[in-house]
Design a protein around this ligand. Structure first.
Ligand code: PMP
Length: 404
């Protein structure tokens, strides 16, 4: 196979239609914030694999941790512990301030773990009858694509054809505390929320939203579970996005960047009063917390503590948003986000975000659109100021060229 387009056609033949129509680039190599395609062209990675590649491609310390561990011991399954697992769990609990952490693999698996914990907590601790337990989530959410989780979604494309869904999953409007309070009944076990909706269009709720949610949940004895799969680990300018509102959720879901972009590593964190609802054999996974995941995850947490990437994300994100806003382009409805999770909401009458993403790719900027005609800008947190400035300039030039 030769040029990128041949690789694309070869992949499409076998992928079926589940793939999003891929943009016309096939990547072969990555280093830091850069990607190279099979034709040797270089692109700036402005989406970090949906925020999973926060430390940049091929981070030497993470690669070393992975390779060293692969040579020593890769897998024991959950039938046995490895010497790496307790180290990882200790560090995970210490970093985020929880008593317990349950390691799984992908983001959706950690969300499922949280949903199982919430339901069992509802039955065992709150005395909710199993057939009546309710879990609330938000309109516009994205928590993954398992059957239970798409049952929480409002998005027809995620849901249609995949029902019936488990009962008791309901939604309230995102950003509206009164609607949350009105929806809570004695049978409500948990409220699941993204501090900033990522896939939903980089939607930032009003200031104080989460802290008021936390207060309402506390008053009604409902677990507040934060899905920080995309927003966590420095992405939004704080270690966790919940910190912007001074909130410590009852349950915390982490994923994506926790595996340094090298392998799937996710976790559900909570204190004993929640986690102890699980008994032996209630939950688990062959690969959850495996030695490779534990070794890389431990190194990710060490890097976080040493490099404090949220400080850079806060500074550069503010700068990026200011530059984009200052251009005052008519096709840009809103520039929003926090830290290096930024959305450029385009006026659909003037610009189509997926077309803009294709044009950006042709100009060496790799990113995609998300819901609501929004261009997602989420580079690795290691990006430097000059590179980010150059990206902003190219994005603005592209928009100027495409729109009146
Ligand atoms: N939660 C959130 C907030 C996410 O953004 C995503 C992925 N985009 C997930 C869960 C699911 O993660 P995964 O794709 O690893 O299952």
């Amino acid at each position: 196979l030769g040029p990128s387009t041949d690789w694309l056609r070869a992949a499409e033949r076998r992928f079926g239609a589940t793939n999003y129509a891929p943009l016309p680039a096939v990547f072969q190599r990555g280093e830091g914030v850069w990607l190279w395609d099979t034709d040797g062209r270089r692109y700036l990675d402005m989406m970090s694999a949906y925020s999973a590649m926060s430390f940049g491609h091929g981070h030497p310390r993470l690669v070393r941790a992975l390779v060293d561990q692969a040579q020593r011991l890769a897998l024991t399954s959950r039938a046995f512990s490895s010497d790496r697992l307790p180290v990882f769990l200790e560090r995970l609990c210490a970093t985020f301030g929880y008593e317990c952490a349950l390691p799984v693999n992908t983001g959706l698996e950690a969300v499922e773990t949280a949903l199982k914990a919430a339901r069992k907590w509802g039955y065992k601790v709150k005395g909710i009858a199993p057939e009546r337990a309710r879990i609330l989530a938000c309109d516009g959410n994205f928590h993954g694509r398992s059957i239970a989780i798409v049952g929480l979604s409002a998005n027809a494309q995620y849901r249609n054809g995949f029902g019936p869904f488990p009962p008791g999953f309901e939604r309230v409007p995102f950003g509206n505390v009164d609607a949350l309070e009105a929806a809570i009944t004695p049978d409500t076990a948990a409220f699941l929320v993204e501090p900033i909706q990522g896939e939903g269009g980089i939607v930032v709720p009003p200031p104080g939203y989460l802290s008021r949610c936390a207060e309402i949940c506390r008053r009604h004895d409902v677990l507040l579970i934060a899905d920080e799969v995309q927003t966590g680990l420095g992405r939004t300018g704080r270690l966790l996005a919940c910190e912007h509102d001074g909130v410590r959720p009852d349950g915390l879901i982490l994923g994506k960047a926790l595996g340094g972009g090298l392998l799937p590593v996710s976790a559900f964190l909570a204190d004993r009063r929640v986690m102890d609802v699980f008994g032996p054999g209630d939950h688990g996974s062959t690969f959850g917390g495996n030695p490779l995941a534990a070794a890389v995850g431990t190194e990710v947490l060490a890097l976080l503590a040493e490099t404090r990437p949220w400080e850079r994300a806060a500074r550069l994100g503010t700068q990026l948003m200011e530059t984009l806003r200052a251009a005052a382009l008519p096709c840009v409805r809103e520039v929003r986000g926090r830290g290096l999770l930024v959305g450029l909401a385009l006026d659909p009458a003037l610009a189509d975000a997926s077309e803009v993403a294709t044009q950006l790719l042709a100009r060496g900027i790799a990113t995609r659109d998300t819901h609501g005609n929004v261009i997602r800008l989420a580079p690795p947190l290691t990006i430097d100021e000059a590179t980010l400035d150059e990206a902003a300039r190219r994005i603005l030039d592209t928009l100027r060229m495409l729109t009146p």
